[in-house]
Design a protein around this ligand. Structure first.
Ligand code: NI
Length: 128
């Protein structure tokens, strides 16, 4: 799935100089945006009646409700309750998304991996 969002990388405990030294233009005050792509992989055994590990329509609904609707067209530093306490790097975003999703899947289905692309060359992959 896909979402667009703004953020900046900025540690309020540091001086402005140190923030720009570490994060470069990612620390710019007035934010910048990304077109994020998120890949969620679940694991389990195919159901004997459907052949599905999980109905993908249901996975899409869960992702929409728990993740996409909260992140899309928002500011990740300000607008997202489950990112309040972290610097919104792709690493921290993906861990927070995992925590949002881990208890929402049907019985017998487990979260296996989440991959989050910030740009075509930068992504994080998380296995819990
Ligand atoms: Ni960025």
């Amino acid at each position: 799935m896909h979402f667009n969002a703004a953020h900046k990388l900025y540690n309020p405990a540091w001086s402005e100089e140190k923030n720009f030294e570490v994060f470069g233009k990612c620390a710019n005050h007035n934010w910048h945006g990304h077109n994020f792509d998120i890949y969620v992989t679940v694991k389990g055994s195919p159901d004997e009646h459907t052949g599905f590990v999980m109905d993908l329509k249901r996975l899409k609904l869960i992702l929409d409700e728990k993740v996409i609707s909260k992140l899309d067209h928002n500011n990740l530093n300000i607008d997202v309750d489950f990112l309040n306490d972290v610097i919104p790097s792709i690493e921290n975003i993906i861990i927070a998304i995992w925590d949002q999703l881990k208890d929402t899947l049907p019985e017998g289905v487990e979260l296996h991996a989440i991959k989050l692309y910030e740009t075509e060359n930068q992504y994080a992959e998380y296995f819990g």
